[in-house]
Design a protein around this ligand. Structure first.
Ligand SMILES: Cc1ncc(COP(=O)(O)O)c(C=O)c1O
Length: 365
């Protein structure tokens, strides 16, 4: 495991070396943006490290309310609710919607936060082939259950593929299903305003479509959130024990989240730069004929049949001053992946250095 000696920007300090960082999920470079850091420090000075109480008792502060209001504005929804981890978002939604479904249909490569979040009393859980609406329809058609719920990642963490939300939503309408999309890797990245995969497919305000989101990736802070109608957020506040009985998000995290969401709304150029860097790197990787996935997300996997090859490439990159890890979690795939992620803060020079090093490695083997 790599041990960091500093924060994660487009470079990192690792074992006393400065390396080009093409890993992690700091897609907009906001995790170490000076404004975010200053706002977090100010909040630390004003409120201390921790509110040390749950939201329902004495842990709700003015900044939580301001953050939730700003997130609602960002998402163009009535309200939003924040909680301690994006990982819990799927569990919270599956819990509060429990009376509205009797069966669950899950993408077979769904993130562990989805599969872990499935309530124990749901007897029918079926897995459809990865990003395959035709298979999903077969399962829905042959199911005896009348109130299905479909759940999937919006963007897959390892492969960067975008799930076909438009086709899933058509099926949801046809079969009277609810649809939940885990947009951990799409928030702040996809859609005209960075609102994620529903916006990418022009389904931003579609009824019966729910999103579980995080502030820990493109937003550059920490913690999960769900936006929607007052009815939904009120239900979460009343019914979710995770929301009600866990300690409120700490002050620096809340202040950083607030500052970040304001920047995402007012600085569309952050996303424009991210998309341009993504385009250049994806094109370069394709020209080098690496096996990768199609798409427009900043997660660019290099896929190999053998684990040793993925590990060897990752090591070669590191020897040449670049961090891009070989990863095989949180879902198992049939391939071994070197997961490259690009951010809006990478320079053209860094991207070209990465592509040049990949070319050298290709030629060597
Ligand atoms: C698809 C997906 N959902 C949920 C999470 C969990 O989010 P968080 O890190 O905010 O808990 C992650 C990654 O960490 C993820 O990749």
């Amino acid at each position: 495991m790599n041990i960091l000696n500093g924060g994660v920007g487009q470079t990192i300090r690792l074992n006393d070396r400065t390396l080009s960082y093409f890993a992690g999920n700091n897609y907009l470079g906001l995790a170490n943006d000076p404004t975010l850091v200053n706002n977090a420090v100010d909040a630390l000075k004003k409120y201390g490290v921790n509110f040390a109480a749950s939201r329902q008792t004495t842990g709700t502060a003015d900044i939580h309310l301001e953050l939730e209001k700003t997130l609602a504005e960002f998402k163009a929804k009535q309200d939003a609710v924040v909680f301690a981890s994006g990982y819990m978002g799927n569990k919270i939604l599956l819990h509060v919607l429990r009376e509205k479904y009797d069966s669950i249909f899950v993408d077979s490569m769904a993130h562990s936060s989805i599969t872990d979040g499935i309530p124990r009393d749901v007897s029918t859980v079926e897995y459809y082939k990865h990003t395959n609406p035709n298979h999903l329809e077969q399962l829905l058609k042959s199911s005896s259950k009348k109130r299905p719920l479909i759940i999937t990642d919006g963007v897959f963490a390892l492969t960067g593929e975008i799930t076909p939300v438009d086709q899933l939503y058509l099926l949801a309408q046809k079969y009277g299903a609810l649809l939940i999309v885990d947009d951990a890797h799409a928030t702040g990245v996809l859609g005209e305003n960075g609102r994620g995969t529903p916006e990418h497919f022009h389904l931003d305000q579609a009824p019966g479509l729910f999103q579980s989101e995080t502030m820990s990736k493109a937003i550059g802070s920490y913690g999960g959130f769900i936006s929607g109608s007052h009815e939904l957020t009120d239900t979460i506040r009343k019914k979710s024990t995770f929301y009600g009985a866990s300690t409120a998000l700490p002050p620096p995290v809340v202040a950083a989240g607030l500052s970040s969401v304001k920047q995402i709304m007012s600085r569309p150029e952050l996303r424009t730069r991210l998309m341009e860097n993504t385009r250049i790197l994806r094109k370069g990787v394709e020209e080098l004929a690496f096996s990768t996935t199609k798409g427009t997300t900043p997660i660019i996997p290099l896929c190999f049949k053998e684990k040793q090859t993925a590990n060897a490439l990752s090591q070669y990159l590191e020897e040449n001053g670049i961090v891009a890890p070989a990863v095989d979690y949180p879902v198992k795939t049939s391939q071994f992946i070197v997961r490259i992620t690009v951010s809006s803060t990478h320079t053209e020079e860094q991207i070209h250095h990465l592509l040049h090093t990949l070319k050298e490695w290709r030629e060597k083997i």
